[in-house]
Ligand binder design. Structure first.
Ligand code: FES
Length: 154
């Protein structure tokens, strides 16, 4: 499978971020494994340490296994001032995990993030690529419930 993903890209260093995105998206653990990193390094013609450096520099990549859905809560000033802390606490309570952890069923990983670029709707978070704003602890309950229901339906 790694080979098939790699074939979609020219083996050039400029494609590194796109390749890592595609690899992570295809990963059942929503992360980049040691094997992924080695394969990408070989394909692009750079050292595994360089790929590792890129994978650990950008917050959108993870080298640690993560849940099916990755929740990133903004902790930058605008969100913080408008109740971001209570939103984060509500998520911890609702999921029963701390920041950096994954629920036992492997469905959710909770992370914090710097500004997500949607300060106009602070406090905000992203679940994968979907943005949620004007959050309250009550809204958090509804959103998490809707994701849990999706899991039951699929
Ligand atoms: S400060 Fe939270 S999205 Fe910008």
């Amino acid at each position: 499978m790694i080979g098939e993903i790699l074939k979609r890209f020219e083996p050039r260093r400029e494609n590194l971020l796109d390749i890592l995105h595609a690899m992570q998206e295809a990963s059942p653990t929503n992360s980049l494994s040691k094997e992924d990193i080695e394969a990408v390094a070989k394909y692009v013609g750079i050292t595994p340490a360089e790929v590792w450096g890129t994978a650990t520099f950008y917050s959108m990549f993870s080298v640690k296994p993560r849940g099916k859905y990755v929740i990133r809560v903004c902790t930058s000033p605008a969100c913080h001032l408008l109740g971001g802390e209570s939103v984060l606490e509500a998520l911890k309570r609702e999921l029963g995990i701390d920041v950096g952890e994954t629920t036992k069923d492997g469905v959710f990983t909770l992370e914090t993030s710097s500004c997500l670029g949607i300060c106009g709707v602070a406090p905000a978070m992203m679940i994968d690529e979907i943005a949620y704003g004007n959050l309250t602890p009550e809204k958090i309950k509804e959103i998490i419930l809707s994701y849990r229901k999706r899991g039951e339906e699929s």
